[in-house]
Design a protein around this ligand. Structure first.
Ligand SMILES: [Zn+2]
Length: 98
């Protein structure tokens, strides 16, 4: 978990990772979405620190800038990963940032 107001800078993102992607969470209204790792890299360049990602988030629901991110890991056994995704949080694509 990395919050926009964390004291720690986090770690720089790399081109590949062992996780599915990240959860993007709004601390103000709890709106949560997911983003696949390739889209994380497409949105924020390799080398971007995780706290800077959290700070750059603006909630698409309430407009708050109180972002938090967390690793998204597919914990299902490998043979079950082709099954429909049952998590309630929508998966979003890369974000074009201005
Ligand atoms: Zn929000």
């Amino acid at each position: 978990m990395m919050d926009f107001d964390s004291r720690e800078r986090g770690y720089p993102i790399e081109a590949t990772s062992g996780v599915e992607g990240i959860y993007l969470y709004c601390r103000a209204c709890k709106h949560t979405v997911r983003m696949r790792w390739a889209d994380v890299v497409a949105t924020w360049a390799v080398g971007t620190y995780t706290r800077d990602i959290a700070r750059s988030l603006k909630c698409s629901k309430c407009g708050a800038r109180q972002g938090s991110i967390q690793s998204w890991v597919d914990s299902r056994p490998r043979h079950a990963r082709h099954l429909p995704d049952t998590e309630p949080y929508p998966i979003i694509g890369p974000v074009i940032r201005s």
